[in-house]
Design a protein around this ligand. Structure first.
Ligand code: FAD
Length: 445
């Protein structure tokens, strides 16, 4: 039998691992491990954890719906995987690849133990459209891509040539097994998933994709930054958790030249996944650049949405209340924290990781490095977004600010964007200070 472990692939369609298992003709035991190192109590209460658990509950329902079993356990994967493999006499362990440092460390350890036990481990690429290693080989370069545009050119060529249509193997084609009772009891999760199910319906990801393509995609390029209009797909949470495969998404769009601007955003996702493999500092910048001189004086005001800069406070209020924030406002709030407030980017990164329903360690880090002018192809340190100008440009009537900050509702379209008298910093002076500090920081690294 084959032991298959679900991770960021909370779905049952377009599963490359299912196709692999079906080819062996063997039965398989499917597992999801609630790892307390990832889903600790604090995260399980925050937007990011709640959304993930909701999508996991949906996965469990999908298994039931297809008359199959998803075995749910709680504990340390390094301990659980080899143990179950031994007890069930697995001939092979299979999972989809994950490249965050934690995942790499965990999977290396699992691999070593399985190797000692003589059980092979097969890992399959699933998260990106273009697997970073394969794209790198295809490009035939000595050094990795550091700039997005040439990366994007090669990426487009690669995806166009090698795009694998979604896998057709169905869960119903497999013979899933039930976990040994004593192991199930030993690693029983402390809670049932049902209460996290919320309003996530079984068809939710596919329906959202279809609705986006029909209603919003044709105008995406013109409207994506008009954040008051909610003109983007809202699919990131589904894509990051693997509830919707990125191949299913892309399969709908290939050959449609009008959809290029949206595909380009999916390429940014792959660019950061590529960096997480090829930029040796991607998860290390905070150790390499001396951020110790930067303080956290106004960090709490930023986190709670009380800086006195309306667009920043509105965006942080939306984040705190709903777990969402449009892309442009992620850039605006991140630049404001790292530049105007001169706080280390890691503070903001940590807040987003906890609060965003689509929190993803690679994309979140990519976004924060970009905003803090660190990492491959980041914003130049002297180009700092002015939150007031951004607000006036992308939402002239201030509709978004009024939606999230009731206190601003009575103001004119002009005044609604203006900093309040008690704003924690002066935008002009703090910008000049940030340019000085970042110039030094980058020169000294
Ligand atoms: P759409 O505009 O519909 O785009 C389609 C898809 O392309 C998205 O679902 C996403 O998978 C990808 N994408 C879009 N924009 C970006 C981008 N700038 N970088 C990489 N991929 C992109 N995205 C996350 O999914 N998780 C995060 O934790 C995250 N943290 C971020 C932190 C900061 C500071 C910044 C500036 C950006 C962050 N992003 C993150 C990227 C981006 O903001 C979101 O992907 C986007 O807002 C999701 O909305 P959507 O699905 O409607 O996107």
């Amino acid at each position: 039998m084959i032991l298959f472990v679900h991770r960021k692939d909370l779905r049952v369609t377009d599963m490359p691992a299912f196709a692999y298992i079906a080819r062996t003709g063997l039965p398989s035991l499917h597992l999801f491990i609630l790892d307390p190192a990832i889903l600790n109590a604090e995260r399980a209460r925050a937007h990011s954890g709640l959304r993930f658990l909701g999508l996991l509950a949906r996965l469990q329902s999908l298994y039931r719906h297809h008359g199959q079993t998803l075995n749910l356990v709680c504990g340390t994967p390094e301990e659980i995987v080899p143990q179950i493999a031994l007890v069930h006499e697995a001939t092979e362990v299979v999972f989809h690849r994950d490249n965050t440092p934690y995942a790499r460390h965990r999977d290396t350890s699992i691999h070593e133990t399985l190797h000692r036990l003589g059980i092979p481990l097969t890992t399959i690429s699933d998260q990106p459209l273009a697997d970073p290693e394969e794209l790198h080989r295809y490009a035939g370069r000595q050094s990795p891509y550091k700039v997005f545009t040439p990366f994007y050119r090669k990426w487009s060529e690669f995806v166009h040539t090698y795009f694998q249509p979604p896998v057709t193997t169905r869960l119903a084609d497999l013979r899933t097994l039930v976990l040994d009772e004593s192991i199930r009891q030993r690693y029983a999760p402390p809670y049932s998933l049902e209460r996290f199910r919320g309003d996530v319906r079984l068809e939710a990801p596919e329906e959202r994709l279809e609705r986006f393509i029909a209603d919003k995609l044709p105008d995406y390029a013109q409207r994506r930054d008009s954040y008051a209009d909610d003109a983007t797909s809202g699919l990131s949470g589904y894509i990051n958790s693997g509830s919707l495969s990125v191949r299913t998404v892309c399969g709908k769009l290939l050959g449609e030249p009008d959809f290029e601007p949206w595909r380009r955003q999916l390429a940014w996702r792959d660019f950061y996944l590529y960096q997480s493999v090829f930029d040796p500092l991607f998860f290390e910048y905070e150790h390499y650049y001396d951020l110790s001189g930067l303080g956290d004086r106004h960090f709490e005001a930023w986190r709670k949405g009380r800086t006195g800069i309306p667009i920043v406070d509105a965006a942080m209020t939306q984040l705190n209340e709903t777990g969402s924030m449009p892309n442009r406002l992620r850039m605006v709030t991140a630049m404001f924290l790292t530049k105007n407030l001169l706080a280390p980017f890691t503070l903001g990164e940590q807040t987003f990781r906890m609060m965003l329903t689509d929190a993803d360690n690679v994309l979140n880090r990519g976004g924060w490095l970009w905003s803090a002018s660190l990492g491959y192809d980041a914003a130049p340190y002297f180009r700092i977004m002015n939150p007031v100008t951004q607000s006036e440009t992308w939402d002239p009537s201030g509709e978004y600010i009024r939606r999230w900050l009731p206190g601003q509702r009575g103001l004119s379209d002009r005044d609604v964007h203006r900093p309040l008298p008690h704003a924690v910093v002066d935008l002009k002076a703090s910008r000049a200070r940030a340019i000085e500090v970042y110039k030094r920081l980058i020169a000294e690294a």
